[in-house]
Design a protein around this ligand. Structure first.
Ligand SMILES: [Zn+2]
Length: 137
């Protein structure tokens, strides 16, 4: 499909975006941990991320054991942002499954106050709004 579809995050406490193109990626409310190590240094664990594309899944050995992961790219500029945990072999690491690592060096705080039509209030207090830049106005 050739159309551009991006979602904006509106959060009272703020949001993180791609360091390169500022595309919104995650709300502060979805941040689960600061204590992670990425390929470029410190990294953050998020419960939910938007506006990304995933590369092919692969098994990767990490300090916490073998995980099946897929690298995460910015949907807009293709910058590699981190990865998504798809499967953890070690029982103690299962909590990471389905969650996302964003490298601290690849994200910035962005303004979470964009207001758009078609907003949806989620139970965690974050408003995700859809913006279809193309043609439905
Ligand atoms: Zn980007």
């Amino acid at each position: 499909m050739g159309y551009t579809y991006r979602r904006y995050i509106r959060s009272e406490s703020g949001a993180f975006g791609c360091v390169n193109c500022k595309t919104h990626l995650a709300a502060l409310e979805d941040l689960e941990s600061h204590a992670f190590q990425g390929q470029t240094g410190r990294a953050l664990l998020f419960r939910s991320v938007l506006n990304y594309t995933l590369s092919k899944a692969e098994e990767r050995g990490m300090t916490t054991g073998v995980h099946t992961v897929a690298d995460l790219e910015c949907r807009r500029c293709k910058l590699q942002l981190g990865w998504k945990y798809l499967y953890a072999y070690d029982e103690s690491q299962k909590y990471k499954e389905g969650k996302y690592i964003l490298e601290k060096a690849r994200i910035v705080k962005v303004d979470g106050g964009l207001s758009r039509r078609r907003t949806q209030l989620f139970s965690n207090g974050v408003v995700y709004s859809d913006d279809q830049a193309s043609d439905d106005d």
